[in-house]
Design a protein around this ligand. Structure first.
Ligand SMILES: *[C@@H]1O[C@H](CO)[C@@H](O)[C@H](O)[C@H]1NC(C)=O
Ligand SMILES: *[C@@H]1O[C@H](CO)[C@@H](O)[C@H](O)[C@H]1NC(C)=O
Ligand SMILES: *[C@@H]1O[C@H](CO)[C@@H](O)[C@H](O)[C@H]1NC(C)=O
Ligand SMILES: *[C@@H]1O[C@H](CO)[C@@H](O)[C@H](O)[C@H]1NC(C)=O
Length: 508
């Protein structure tokens, strides 16, 4: 009876809804917009930069040949003639229909500590680490593109050398300065003095390719083995990296082709393609940054789309990240402010190399997060051996400055970031299928190139990250969204892959 009385009311509601829909007040589907300056990498006038870090995300020592390890390739492309015009008046125009105007000069890219440039702060001029941070801002200023709601600067290629010279005492421990100490060479590879050096950076500025003058191509490449012969490239036994970008004018996406090779002297190397915040800090970097994410994606509402083709995997220790994201918040949930003893870098990564297996086990709970949250919201504690999805986790490690950790726990490497860090590394598993991630080992790996649309926002919202009890949950804003590999202490390995169509989508 109550039901009958409700019918007219429901009918009315339906009428109102129909009216609202027809007026466009309500939309059924969420509308997404791009958070990056160059959605799907379609823009002919490319913006790309490169940065190189040592073990603790600083420069430490400059490579005299290249100066401060920040460089960029940013250009605008102009059409010289249109086909309708009488082409007799300009014969060369037929051959070179476009001109590229580069915005970053060789002199800019070669800037080294001590040399002045516009915007350089006095305190940075003779400090190798601060100089590189300021140089990034300067290159960003030269590359910047106006846009709404914020201007943006470039895609960022990131290199990192994992060697650590413990005798040099260069890297702080959980953000605290520590003196030299005797090395554990298994934990910290180092061949001796100077092992934390920066690589060479060779640069082929983007240009039109002959004879097909509608294809653009450019490249950064180099080696950490400074005495090595680079002309032998990857056939030699030296470390090597190369990122080539190529695109047909007016068509499709840029193709970013990456190669990374480790060597006996440099067994731990990283190469990532990053969409970083355009201002503020980026993941793992405690200086103001420049990048491509004009809107910072925040959990749970964002998606990441791209095509990844893994050509060579990089061996059994290559932690190939289908998705690697970096953020920063303090253990009390407040945003980071640059104080390296209380800021905590938070990373989450899905490793798709099928040779990387789960370290988290019922007998090894210290490297499992305390609980797993299923997509329906149900939480399962890691000691619930019948329900906890151990195989979904490679490892979880906790920040070294956390005061209320649930035992057992494993602390993250205290040296590899300027501040303490927390890492959640996941593996392909059915529990991530709901978010569009691979569910089986081998998916998306060599021979299985795919276009992914990952619900990174919802997945990253569901992951466990440490916070002090009783504090307000942190806003999970991801200043860096990256793809690439970390070859972890394994010499003479080669990884090769391409990335195209990259985009981050956020609700309008
Ligand atoms: C490269 O290194 C491998 C293994 O370390 C060795 O067997 C090989 O002979 C080396 N090749 C050259 C060209 O040095
Ligand atoms: C940095 O954080 C620590 C720990 O919360 C605090 O003791 C210290 O005073 C802070 N430093 C600054 C400069 O705010
Ligand atoms: C949520 O999903 C998990 C795993 O599929 C399942 O075990 C559990 O019963 C579900 N909970 C509810 C409330 O549906
Ligand atoms: C599992 O962990 C929870 C939370 O720490 C605890 O309450 C529970 O007693 C533990 N159960 C077993 C069987 O150890």
């Amino acid at each position: 009876m109550a039901k009958q009385r409700n019918i007219p009311c429901t009918f009315l509601l339906v009428l109102v809804l129909v009216k609202l829909f027809s007026e466009g007040v309500l939309t059924v589907k969420t509308e997404y917009i791009s958070a990056v300056g160059d959605p799907e990498m379609r823009r002919d006038s490319l913006r790309v930069a490169i940065e190189s870090w040592n073990q603790c995300n600083e420069v430490g020592q400059e490579n005299p040949q290249i100066g401060s390890p920040r460089a960029a390739d940013c250009f605008d492309i102009y059409k010289v003639y249109s086909p309708q015009e009488n082409s007799d008046s300009c014969s060369i125009c037929n051959e070179v229909p476009y001109v590229l105007v580069h915005r970053v000069t060789e002199a800019d890219n070669k800037l080294r500590t001590g040399e002045p440039f516009l915007g350089l702060q006095p305190k940075s001029q003779f400090d190798i680490d601060l100089y590189a941070a300021d140089k990034e801002l300067y290159l960003g200023y030269k590359c910047e593109v106006d846009d709404t709601p914020n201007p943006w600067q470039f895609w960022m290629i990131m290199l990192k050398n994992g060697n650590m010279d413990t005798y040099a005492g260069k890297c702080p421990k959980n953000g605290h300065k520590v003196g030299p100490f005797r090395p554990d060479y298994k934990a910290f590879p180092c061949f001796g003095h100077g092992c934390m050096n920066q690589p060479s950076i060779y640069h082929d500025y983007t240009k039109l390719q002959w004879p097909d003058v509608t294809t653009l191509k450019g490249r950064f490449f180099g080696s950490w083995d400074l005495d090595g012969d680079l002309s032998r490239g990857t056939v030699g036994n030296i470390s090597y990296y190369s990122v080539t970008w190529e695109k047909k004018i007016g068509e499709g996406s840029w193709v970013f082709h990456h190669v990374l090779r480790t060597s006996a002297k440099y067994p731990w190397l990283m190469l990532y393609f990053r969409s970083d915040a355009t201002h503020g800090f980026s993941g793992g970097y405690h200086y103001s940054t420049r990048g491509m994410s004009k809107i910072i994606p925040e959990s749970p509402n964002f998606k990441v789309r791209f095509t990844l083709n893994v050509i060579k995997g990089g061996g059994p220790s290559s932690q190939f990240y289908l998705m690697d994201m970096g953020s920063c918040w303090k253990n009390n949930g407040t945003p980071c402010d640059g104080n390296v003893t209380s800021d905590v870098t938070r990373y989450s990564e899905m490793i798709i190399n099928p040779e990387i297996t789960s370290w988290c086990h019922p007998e090894k709970l210290d490297v499992c997060p305390p609980y797993h949250t299923f997509s329906n919201g149900t939480r399962v504690h890691r000691n619930d051996t019948s329900r906890f999805p151990y195989a979904a986790y490679h490892l979880h490690c906790s920040p070294g400055n956390a005061e209320h950790l649930e035992a057992p726990f494993s602390l993250c490497d205290p040296y590899s970031n300027p501040q303490p860090q927390e890492i959640v590394q996941i593996l392909p598993h059915p529990v991530w299928g709901e978010y569009g991630y691979p569910t089986k080992q081998g998916e998306g790996w060599i021979g299985d190139s795919r276009t992914w649309e990952l619900d990174v926002g919802r997945l990253s919202q569901s992951l466990y990250f440490y916070q002090d009890p009783g504090t307000r949950p942190a806003r999970r804003r991801w200043m860096s969204i990256d793809l690439g590999t970390e070859i972890f202490k394994d010499p003479d390995q080669v990884a090769e892959w391409t990335v195209t169509d990259f985009n981050i989508l956020v609700p309008n």
